[in-house]
Design a protein around this ligand. Structure first.
Ligand code: FPP
Length: 229
């Protein structure tokens, strides 16, 4: 990279928000909003690959999401399972490595088994890493990492970073949240220390690879503006 060339984003994370509002606007069931949300996931993962991102981290299920009605939680689980079953071949062939952050072992055994098989099958892939946050909470992740670091030796930002679920990913460059909400909601708090933030009114089911491309261009233009200081 030349001296004057701005850094390209290597790692983008997205808080996928607005599935419910997307469905409500159309008088459709929430489940359909989530279903369309999965289609957006598919588009954006393909886009991330084509744009050469090293890592894409998606907030699919937070530790707080358990408080939603049982039916919605179970809808989200079946969508997740169906997504893995239908898209795993494509990931495997396209060099995508699937990774999970968060305590996914709290899910039902069929989900855990499926996720572990998918991770094992794509473990050797060296293209884009798709990190899906499942039963993830950032404060919990930091507390776990700090405890592990303390058990090994001095607690410093570096030793904590090395124990985070994201330790093997490049530093987070850009964090996007859709649907007009302007909060981090316990997502990647540590990792966001130096990340750019982008909040868009687009509802997640309407988010396209084009929106991701625009976001990466915004990132580069911000780097260009501030990089020289
Ligand atoms: C936010 O919409 C979205 C979620 C809580 C779940 C995100 C899950 C998916 C897009 C599908 C499964 C994911 C993968 C990786 C296959 P909301 O229900 O909070 O929307 P609202 O705020 O408008 O009600």
């Amino acid at each position: 990279m030349g001296k004057d060339e701005p850094a390209r984003a290597r790692h983008v994370a997205i808080i996928m928000d607005g599935n419910g509002r997307w469905a409500k606007k159309r008088h459709l069931p929430r489940a359909l909003g989530h279903q369309r949300g999965v289609e957006a996931v598919r588009r954006v993962v393909r886009g991330a690959r084509e744009l050469g991102l090293e890592a894409l981290t998606l907030y699919a299920f937070s530790t707080e999401n358990w408080r939603r009605p049982e039916e919605e939680v179970s809808d989200l689980m079946s969508l997740m399972k169906r997504f893995i079953v239908s898209d795993l071949d494509e990931f495997a062939e396209a060099g995508v490595r699937l990774k999970i952050i968060g305590d996914y072992r709290a899910f039902k055994s069929d989900v855990v088994e499926l996720v572990e098989k998918a991770m094992a099958r794509t473990a050797g892939n060296t293209g884009t890493t798709l990190a899906v946050a499942l039963n993830y909470g950032s404060q919990d992740e930091i507390a776990r990492a700090a405890a592990k670091a303390a058990a090994k030796g001095p607690v410093t930002p570096e030793t904590i970073s090395a124990e985070l679920d994201t330790a093997d990913l490049p530093p987070l460059d850009l964090l996007i949240r859709t649907s007009g909400e302007v909060r981090l909601s316990n997502f990647l708090l540590w990792q966001a220390a130096y990340a750019e933030m982008l909040f868009t009114d687009v509802l997640w089911p309407d988010f396209t690879a084009g929106h991701l491309k625009d976001a990466l261009e915004t990132f580069v233009s911000r780097e260009r503006r501030y990089g020289g200081r």
